[in-house]
Design a protein around this ligand. Structure first.
Ligand code: PPE
Length: 315
């Protein structure tokens, strides 16, 4: 992780090195936290956080699903995010808001523990590797099943749930693959360890529905809208592993992974295809403010006086 200047921690900016917690925090022992992954991109109008409000709404929903009361409103977290990006001075960065039960009582029940909230930002390239974003990744179906909807609410981006992803990606990489694809207990395709999945077959695009225990990805929803706008038919439907093997194209989406082609699944070559590359190009144009149609998704970072940073730099 590349360190930056400052971290927003419980309402204050602290130096990167000082953003510490005690080893007794509840979240560390039981994975009782919720988080977000967001990206800020450089656009012609200045640094712009992509779909910040949607990410903060998902953070609030994740907290609600855990009966966790966030001590800050979405507007406060949005302002803090803007200020953090401005202070760290990085026009392109990854942003990680994170809320967890802090120090107070140990024991699985969370009573007696304050909710702590932090926001970090740092530079982060493509999750699956910048080269893989062009040439595609090799994926493997995991022997670990995606946690079911009645095990942990998968709609929540909760920290503890990521043990499921960690086990899957470790297994895949130990076997020489780049990324894991998890199936549900029933055998339907769910998501990658940190990405949603799409299949292209005969010009039609299909992605698993929310009922397959996926995280409701904001990039997933973004790519569905962009694809429909380009005239593609996009369907949310159950997929089985053979659909991946026989696909014309497979790709993954995520804030960190952006749009990444999958070139093989379990050694069945799929190849990197034109639909994936077109959607990847359109997605990157959109997040970097090159597409008027979707400019409402860009949340321009403003400095304290309300002047967008880019405008100030030009002045
Ligand atoms: N599924 C999972 C399991 C997941 O973790 C992510 C995000 C997605 C789908 C895509 O969601 P969205 O980013 O809203 O399009 N994974 C984050 C990286 C996880 C990590 O910290 O590592 C991310 O992309 O930020």
């Amino acid at each position: 992780m590349r360190e930056t200047e400052t971290i927003w921690m419980n309402g204050e900016f602290v130096d990167w090195a000082d953003a510490k917690v005690h080893v007794g925090v509840h979240g560390l022992h039981y994975g009782s936290g919720v988080f977000e992954g967001i990206r800020c991109y450089e656009t012609p109008k200045g640094p712009s956080v992509f779909r910040l409000r949607e990410h903060l709404t998902r953070l609030e929903n994740s907290a609600r699903l855990l009966h966790m009361e966030l001590p800050y409103s979405g507007d406060e977290l949005r302002a803090a995010t803007h200020e953090l990006v401005g202070r760290n001075g990085l026009p392109e960065c990854y942003i990680r808001p994170f809320a967890f039960y802090g120090y107070g009582e140990l024991g699985v029940h969370t009573a007696g523990n304050p909710v702590e909230v932090v926001i970090m930002s740092w530079p982060w390239g493509n999750y699956l590797g910048d080269e893989n974003a062009q040439s595609g990744i090799r994926a493997k179906i995991s022997s670990w099943k995606r946690v079911g909807a009645n095990t942990i609410p998968h709609v929540a981006k909760a920290t503890g749930i990521y043990l499921n992803s960690m086990l899957a990606v470790h297994e895949a990489q130990r076997a020489g693959y780049d990324e894991a694809i998890l199936l549900t207990d029933e055998g339907y395709v769910a998501d990658g360890s940190g990405e949603n999945i799409f299949v292209v077959k005969d010009g039609k695009i299909t992605t698993p529905p929310l009922s397959t225990s996926i995280l409701p990805g904001i990039t997933r929803e973004t790519v569905i809208q962009i694809a429909q706008d380009l005239g593609y038919v996009v369907e949310e439907a159950n997929l089985i592993r053979s659909d991946l093997y026989l696909a014309d194209e497979v790709f993954m989406t995520g804030t960190a992974a952006e749009v990444t082609p999958v070139r093989s699944v379990d050694d069945h070559d799929v190849g990197v295809g034109p639909v994936t590359l077109e959607l990847q190009r359109e997605y990157l144009d959109t997040v970097r403010g090159q597409s008027e149609r979707w400019s409402h998704w860009l949340d321009l970072v403003e400095l304290g006086d309300g002047v967008p940073q880019g405008a100030r730099a030009e002045a």
